[in-house]
Design a protein around this ligand. Sequence first.
Ligand SMILES: CC(C)(COP(=O)(O)OP(=O)(O)OC[C@H]1O[C@@H](n2cnc3c(N)ncnc32)[C@H](O)[C@@H]1OP(=O)(O)O)[C@@H](O)C(=O)NCCC(=O)NCCS
Length: 174
Amino acid sequence: MTDKQLEGMPGTNPTPPMAMPTDWKQVKFAPPTDEDMNLLAGLRSGSEPWKQRGETHAESLEALTKLRPFISVGKLNGAVCGYVTIERDGPVPGAAYLRNIVVKNEFRQKGLGHVLLDQGLAVARDMNRKTLALRVDPANGPAVSFYRKVGFTTVATVVSKKSGKLRLLMSREL
Ligand SMILES: CC(C)(COP(=O)(O)OP(=O)(O)OC[C@H]1O[C@@H](n2cnc3c(N)ncnc32)[C@H](O)[C@@H]1OP(=O)(O)O)[C@@H](O)C(=O)NCCC(=O)NCCS
């Protein structure tokens, strides 16, 4: 029997998969476990801007190990869905510093970035900071658009010491 014939039979029409809206309120944040660190390294090395720079899994793991005290991991039903890092000090004196924010690919453009950022803002407020700063590659369009959308404005253009490339220095009040 063909699909067409099946469609015509009562009770056999294929049900389209239901789009399940994700409830981001169920995302729980915690410091990373040893097992998470490996997953986060995969997330970072597979995401822009590190992917395009050719950063390896091992290099990502090394960078994230240094950042470990500042990482909040977001988990949905126990599975890693993204992470954000907040340091008390960064390039803007007196401002907390957001160095990484990464949403797992399959969850992008569904509002999870906002949830990770809210977590980052809460951590920065707990540090008694009034401002949150970050640096972003102007070529990273999705990130620049995201930061503007959530209230960051460009305060300066700086040259990265590591790459010699231009970066936007952005900040917002908490
Ligand atoms: C930047 C990032 C964290 C945003 O997370 P997200 O969950 O996709 O963002 P949200 O769904 O909460 O917000 C959506 C908004 O972000 C911006 N945005 C996100 N992805 C975008 C894309 N591919 N193109 C253009 N704008 C994009 C837009 O402003 C969008 O608003 P709109 O839908 O009204 O246009 C995510 O794209 C990511 O993990 N990128 C890779 C890592 C990275 O570049 N991090 C920043 C440097 S550390």
